[in-house]
Design a protein around this ligand. Structure first.
Ligand code: NDP
Ligand code: MG
Length: 383
């Protein structure tokens, strides 16, 4: 029985992870569940899965959560220290990190230090600190398996291949909710419009990141560290149908792709069960339902964030962390109608142009860079 600590259990990935675990009761048990604000949902999940421990990030909900679970044996904790404690606890074998944002970095680092296997949805972990996180994982012999669909696809395409045969990784990109909106109309885009993702149903932050292509930029950074490959060998193509989840081009001219319907249950179950596969897919995939698969180049004028992400990789150090921190503040402001759509990239640019740069950061340096990026974005957005 593999004991799982699931961080972000009340979110989009968290709930789908629990679906997989529910379908494999002989294989997985839940040792701990972590959420931030949705304490009622967390309490229900803890009951259903008999969690040994729950932690709620926002300490204001501690009393309610404790009362809701008073008649159970579940230990109830609160605050970010508690989340780090759960991530490093001896009670679990695997950490599924489905937190959103910078909050995911330290729990991943703690889980690595305690030698746990990691199924990683929280891409911000690798965007911010991919260099030192992957180095720590190698040092500890810890396996980090991606949940992000593109990286799961690449991992599947790389099975059985030799590193030296890889020419390029090709990440596919749906184009997000604003794919068909002309560039000159972007300044009037509302959060409601940007939240209408054509293919995937996801949390609000990643849906906005998909509309700006910040998400694809982050995925380039994620791939750079996860697969230890130079940024110039990571390509991005627009593929509106989201059937080809990504590809690997090899030195002999062969290209391997992984296809399927846009459903995160597949990459989540692959990460949890690897190298086995789940037997739970209910619908059969028919390629005949998708007779037209199209691919096109990214319009960098319309989507400057993708180029900025490559630029942060070139600069190295704390640059990607700065991009991430500014983006988090700007996306939250955009969702709250406190800034416009184009201000998101404006805030990122401003933070990168004005932030302190640390070439060889530690985890503490990332904390400082994140705080500074957030302040710079707030200043830019006049929050
Ligand atoms: P959601 O917003 O749906 O869920 C986020 C989860 O994290 C919730 O459980 C939330 O708790 C919790 N959380 C938020 N902030 C904090 C915090 N400060 N401290 C502790 N917990 C916190 O996000 P998604 O599930 O969409 O995304 C999760 C991660 O997976 C992101 O990094 C995203 O980029 C990545 N990802 C998501 C995909 C998807 O299909 N959704 C696809 C590929 C990657 P609560 O709700 O209780 O407040
Ligand atoms: Mg993705």
């Amino acid at each position: 029985m593999e004991r799982i600590a699931l961080l972000g259990s009340t979110g989009s990935i968290g709930v789908q992870t629990l679906d997989i675990i529910r379908n494999h009761p002989d294989r997985f048990s839940i040792s701990a569940l972590v959420a931030h604000s949705r304490w009622q949902q967390l309490a229900e999940q803890a009951r259903e899965f008999g969690a040994e421990c729950v932690a709620i990030g926002d300490e204001r909900h501690y009393d309610n959560l404790r009362k809701a679970l008073a008649d159970t044996h579940t230990e109830v904790l609160a605050g970010s220290d508690a989340i780090n404690h759960v991530a490093s606890s001896y009670r679990s074998d695997t950490l599924v990190n489905a937190l959103v944002g910078y909050a995911g970095l330290h729990p991943t680092a703690r889980a690595i230090e305690s030698g746990k296997r990691i199924a990683l949805a929280n891409k911000e972990t690798l965007v911010v600190g991919g260099d030192i996180i992957m180095a720590a994982a190698r040092r500890k012999g810890v396996e980090i398996v991606p949940i992000d669909s593109e990286h799961s696809a690449i991992m599947q395409c790389l099975e059985g291949e030799q590193r030296k045969s890889i020419r390029n990784l090709i990440l596919t990109c749906s184009g997000g909710a604003l794919r068909d909106i002309p560039k000159q109309c972007l300044d009037s885009v509302t959060p409601e419009l940007a939240l209408k993702h054509p293919q995937w149903s996801m949390g609000a932050k990643i849906t906005i990141d998909s509309a700006t292509l910040v998400n694809k930029g982050f995925e380039v950074i994620e791939a750079r560290w996860l697969f230890d490959i130079e940024p110039e060998r990571i390509k991005v193509v627009i593929h509106p149908q989201s059937i080809v989840h990504s590809m690997v081009e090899y030195t002999d001219g062969a290209v391997k792709a992984q296809l399927g319907t846009a459903d995160m249950h597949t990459p989540i179950s692959y990460a949890l069960l690897y190298p086995e596969r789940a037997a739970t897919a209910t619908e059969q995939f028919s390629i005949l339902d998708h007779p037209t698969l199209t691919f096109s180049a990214v319009d960098h004028d319309k989507y400057p964030a993708l180029g900025i992400a490559y630029e942060t990789l070139e600069r190295g150090g704390t640059a990607s962390c700065t991009m991430n921190g500014a983006n988090e503040v700007a996306v939250a402001a955009f969702l709250a109608h406190k800034c416009g759509y184009l201000d998101i990239v404006g805030a990122i640019r401003y933070a990168l142009d004005n932030a302190t740069f640390v070439a060889h950061p530690t985890l503490d340096d990332y904390d400082a860079a994140n705080s500074e990026a957030r302040s710079l974005a707030e200043r830019y957005l006049k929050l």
